[in-house]
Design a protein around this ligand. Structure first.
Ligand SMILES: Nc1ncnc2c1ncn2[C@@H]1O[C@H](COP(=O)(O)OP(=O)(O)OP(=O)(O)O)[C@@H](O)[C@H]1O
Ligand SMILES: [Mg+2]
Length: 182
């Protein structure tokens, strides 16, 4: 995969499939430690111990339409290529936290890519799910929370094109304002 934002889309899709209604996404450009950290935290149904053990393996999936699940293994493989690692913290009935760590300056580390359009798609396709997106660059951070936006919008749906356009620009400008986004 060329851009890390595609991996984020995949991992968030898992959270949605797990029935989450609140998903927190964090991209931390920790230049000080030469790390890029991606966190997706959800309040979905969680995984059993045995699922957690198997989930990095591409031949494991709980879906029955095909035998191979690729979302987690692909992200895991990407971290392994960049002197990083992937951590899964999950509790049945509570939720799941996926943490992917990359060496920031590694030559094989894919760029983050177009995360503002990715967030537009994620928010636009999941009206009933709430999301927070936090971007950290060095010691500065930017945050957006769909619960706050929905409060301001009142009866206007967050999925309306004008609102999504605004959300995309807001995230893009927010990341630029803290100099992040690589
Ligand atoms: N956030 C999550 N909450 C609960 N279970 C999860 C979560 N993420 C992954 N899983 C479990 O791990 C399995 C493997 O996930 P993975 O994304 O690798 O493959 P998949 O979703 O089954 O297929 P694909 O992503 O290729 O469409 C899932 O089928 C699901 O059982
Ligand atoms: Mg998946």
């Amino acid at each position: 995969m060329k851009e890390l934002s595609y991996h984020i889309l995949d991992i968030v899709q898992n959270s949605i499939s797990a029935g989450a209604n609140l998903i927190d996404i964090v991209v931390n450009e920790n230049i000080y430690e030469d790390k890029l950290v991606i966190i997706v935290n959800d309040n979905g149904k969680g995984m059993s111990e045995s699922t957690i053990e198997k989930v990095k393996d591409p031949f494991f999936t709980s879906r029955d339409t095909r035998k191979v699940g690729l979302g987690v293994p692909l992200l895991y493989a990407a971290t392994q290529r960049c002197q990083g690692d992937l951590y899964i913290d999950s509790n049945l009935g509570k939720g799941t936290k996926i943490v992917a760590v990359f060496k920031y300056s590694h030559i094989d580390r894919a760029p983050l890519g177009n995360i503002w359009d990715t967030m537009k798609v994620i928010i636009g396709c999941n009206e009933d799910v709430d999301f927070t997106y936090t971007h950290i660059y060095k010691d500065q951070s930017f945050n957006i929370d769909t619960r706050e936006i929905k409060k301001i919008l009142k009866e206007v749906p967050i999925t309306s094109p004008d609102v999504l356009e605004w959300i995309g620009d807001y995230i893009k400008d927010g990341i630029k304002s803290i100099n992040g986004g690589t």
